[in-house]
Design a protein around this ligand. Structure first.
Ligand code: ZN
Length: 262
């Protein structure tokens, strides 16, 4: 089975190919997220999005001319999804030390490498050089999830916050830009130097870093961060670890915005 299109099209085809046992080739027309080569299909049923396990594509084709001529928001979303791996890996390692969860070292290396490649690339957002790096990074992220057998290396508090934004404030922004803000805030909560590494890259490419970049208030981001753990009850991240009350969460969001928005 060969599917040509964006995330929704590829996810439906990936799931269908898995169901009938056919090999699957993904021809991606945008680079908006790391689902182009992941073992996960996000499908919507009765208004609810759910993730389903699927087979990895045997091949991925990306038409960079098409990507470059498409909306820059899609590229920005892909950047956010790729660099958020640093935050997701930090959550995974936290879950390992606090709850003895199993961590796969190869998956960690792959996920970090994907993020570092995007952060380290100095190319312009729509340049062939940068888009090639981004495409590689998104495919490597998918491979990391496949090696791990879970989405842990690419999805932590950053993604929980994005899922909560989807539920509370539907239609806010594309997945990767919400995830980018989630990764920034999570890195701030950890006191991690990743905050600057991720932030510099996002700023260079005009990707959202702050709630206001998404059209959200500080109070709305705090609300989403409080609701975030409920979106993945099985996952342990910095949010579950700190378990902040509403007042403290609001204070941390304000401090985060002040620290980044200098
Ligand atoms: Zn994602």
């Amino acid at each position: 089975m060969v599917a040509v299109g964006g995330g929704g099209t590829l996810d439906v085809a990936k799931w269908s190919a898995t169901m009938v046992g056919l090999p699957f080739v993904a021809v991606a027309t945008n680079l908006a997220h790391d689902g182009i080569a992941s073992p996960v299909s996000v499908l919507e049923s009765e208004g609810r999005k759910r993730s389903y396990g699927a087979h990895l594509p045997i091949g991925v084709v990306v038409d960079l001319d098409l990507v470059a001529s498409g909306p820059v928001e899609h590229v920005r979303s892909g950047i956010g999804d790729a660099v958020s791996n640093l935050s997701a890996v930090a959550d995974w390692l936290l879950a390992a030390s606090e709850r003895d969860e199993r961590v796969d070292g190869l998956a960690v290396s792959l996920a970090r490498t994907a993020a570092a490649a995007v952060i380290g690339s100095s190319g312009e957002t729509a340049s062939e050089e940068f888009l090639t790096t981004l495409a590689d990074a998104l495919v490597i992220s998918g491979t990391a999830m496949s090696v791990a057998g879970t989405s842990h290396p690419c999805s932590g508090a950053c993604h929980e916050i994005s899922h909560a934004i989807d539920a509370l404030f539907p239609g806010t922004a594309l997945h990767g830009e919400q995830v980018a803000v989630g990764a920034m805030f999570s890195s701030f909560l950890r006191g991690s130097p990743d905050l600057d590494h991720i932030g510099d890259c996002l700023q260079r490419h005009g990707v959202a870093r702050l709630p206001s970049d998404l059209g959200l208030t500080n109070a709305q981001l705090a609300e989403a961060a409080l609701a975030a753990p409920g979106t993945r009850p099985d996952r342990y991240t910095i949010l579950e670890h700190l378990a902040l009350d509403p007042d403290e969460m609001r204070r941390r969001v304000d401090a985060f915005v002040e620290a980044v928005d200098r």
